[in-house]
Design a protein around this ligand. Sequence first.
Ligand SMILES: CCCCCCC/C=C/C(=O)SCCNC(=O)CCNC(=O)[C@H](O)C(C)(C)COP(=O)(O)OP(=O)(O)OC[C@H]1O[C@@H](n2cnc3c(N)ncnc32)[C@H](O)[C@@H]1OP(=O)(O)O
Ligand SMILES: NC(=O)C1=CN([C@@H]2O[C@H](COP(=O)(O)OP(=O)(O)OC[C@H]3O[C@@H](n4cnc5c(N)ncnc54)[C@H](OP(=O)(O)O)[C@@H]3O)[C@@H](O)[C@H]2O)C=CC1
Length: 567
Amino acid sequence: MSTYRSIFKKDLFKGQVILVTGGGTGIGRCIAHELAALGATIIIAARKSEPLKIVQDEIQKLGGICDTMLLNIRDAAMATQVIEDIVAKHGKLDGLVNNAGGQFMSPASQLTSKGFSTVIDLNLNGTYNMCKAAFDGYMGEHGGQIVTIVAETRNGIPRAMHTGAARAGIINMTKTLAIEWGPYNGIRINCVAPGLIISSGMKNYHETMVDLLAHSHWMNPTSRYGTESEVSAAVAFLLSPAASYINGVNLEVDGGSSLSKGNPEGDELKYNPEGSHHPVYIGWPEGADNVHGIKHVDAPVKINDLLNNYKAIGRSTVTAIAACTLIPSSLASPIPVPVPSLPAEFQELNKRAGATVIHACTVPNSFAITFDDGPGTFTNDLLDYLYRKQIKVTFFVNGFNYNDIKNPDIAATVKRAFAAGHQIGSHTWSHADLAASSTNIDEEMTKLDVALKELIGKRPVYMRPPYGNTSPAALEYLGAHGYKVINWNVDTDDWQHPSNFKLNLQAYKNALQRDTTGKTFISLQHDAEPLTAQVFSKIAIEYVLSKGFNIMPVGSCLGDNDGWYRD
Ligand SMILES: CCCCCCC/C=C/C(=O)SCCNC(=O)CCNC(=O)[C@H](O)C(C)(C)COP(=O)(O)OP(=O)(O)OC[C@H]1O[C@@H](n2cnc3c(N)ncnc32)[C@H](O)[C@@H]1OP(=O)(O)O
Ligand SMILES: NC(=O)C1=CN([C@@H]2O[C@H](COP(=O)(O)OP(=O)(O)OC[C@H]3O[C@@H](n4cnc5c(N)ncnc54)[C@H](OP(=O)(O)O)[C@@H]3O)[C@@H](O)[C@H]2O)C=CC1
């Protein structure tokens, strides 16, 4: 007896024969379990036999009917053969769920034409092969329901242009087929477009990408990921008679993320980094990982961990809905906290000869946002965002720290930032502690100056000492060599807790949630941290703007618009 807790009535699909491609893993497996629990004879088909056998075994142990077939959807002849075999063996084909598909992540600029064709071939051509085979082999004569899993594509899919194009192609193909095939004995064909879902598919991505995805799980209007069950429920609905007048649609199962991407209002701020208040639907039975043969969701640990939080939310139904807020409490309740004063040694150093350490601006209402230790691998994403917002900041770069400034991609990022009007400052060649007696200050400063001169044609006047550390000797050197030494008065400490946006933002809140009359600010974060470049900086910038400050490079905030560099 199946233990899958479907929202639909038992026996909804009794006597029906339904093929689920890619049914041996993730979302496809969940769909297979749910449809089998609702009485269908399920055929799961994919390239690898082992996952198929495991799922078949799970379903059969639970009293369901499940057959397996080997299938590569990219092979049209194989698609035709599988449909023929199903009809021969099971007598008919009532439903086809095109779930098989996928992609790798790659920025479009680095995608090869072979890579593009591969993903188009898998998703678009593969889905076409299956639809055509099902139509020719059975449905054209007898009717049937087709549901294709695509992906939420409304505003494009950065790093997955190939799959976005393929899925958009499927959505349009589906509309045409709905029109053309509707007259054939009532064929209905629809799409389901998942947003980010906790499923095995996430295991295909590099650890850094999984990390990024796990940390940005809250950045949609429901502030959470979706579950396999939420996709499966949409499929079951579209296959069922309850959807008998729904044809040619693309049903987005994405928590509204497709509505929010690219919203110029900076909608990340309205979401809830601390967790969702939206009840979640999980069909898998409660209990230990392997209850009655149904295993736990096979997602990466960091992604799967989110499910446990969601389960807790799901149980607190009505109160949770009533309590739903778009403004995270962290932003809504100002707690005045004094701005941390400068460490005594900096104040002391200010009095000494040589360069002066600057830690605030002079232009009224200015807020200089500064980034150290870059460029990082994701600094380009930050530059894209800054361009969209038309905001200029300061990058205190290293020569050889997280990255090598001579690496062509990193060099290109420095050039791009400079060309876009951001201020490039020095952060020493190797992130050396200038207060340490072993540091060769001249080498640290000169080596980076030479590299920057080659890249941008100029040497920076502004510099940030690594760790904010200076010594009298260092200040004397820097002063004598014409450098302006910039520290900060808002320290996010993002390098210590790169994914804890709430904690990072607290530094900004400490500064801005009190009387700021006459105050100006220089903040410190690190664009070498992927999550700072991709997520936190945006949150911080939106926050500063919401407080009415003007964001600008350090030079400008000191009233200096033409003394940033020398030849
Ligand atoms: C930022 C958030 C984005 C969210 C995206 C939308 C949400 C979607 C989520 C999901 O879909 S979950 C995942 C579902 N499952 C999968 O994606 C399956 C995993 N992927 C694959 O199995 C493969 O990538 C593939 C797409 C099926 C291709 O496999 P195939 O064996 O047919 O091709 P290959 O011989 O491996 O490669 C051919 C060709 O493609 C290029 N290429 C392949 N991998 C990469 C890569 N990692 N990076 C860059 N390019 C790649 C390359 O040109 C290959 O040719 P060669 O150079 O090897 O000759
Ligand atoms: N997880 C998510 O966040 C999202 C997923 N999706 C889509 O949902 C679908 C299911 O994804 P998910 O369960 O997460 O990922 P999985 O990687 O677990 O599932 C993909 C399945 O497709 C099968 N498959 C891949 N290529 C072929 C092929 N050429 N012929 C037959 N079967 C194939 C795989 O089996 P095998 O390798 O044995 O062939 C596998 O079972 C995919 O289309 C995915 O792109 C869309 C948006 C979001």
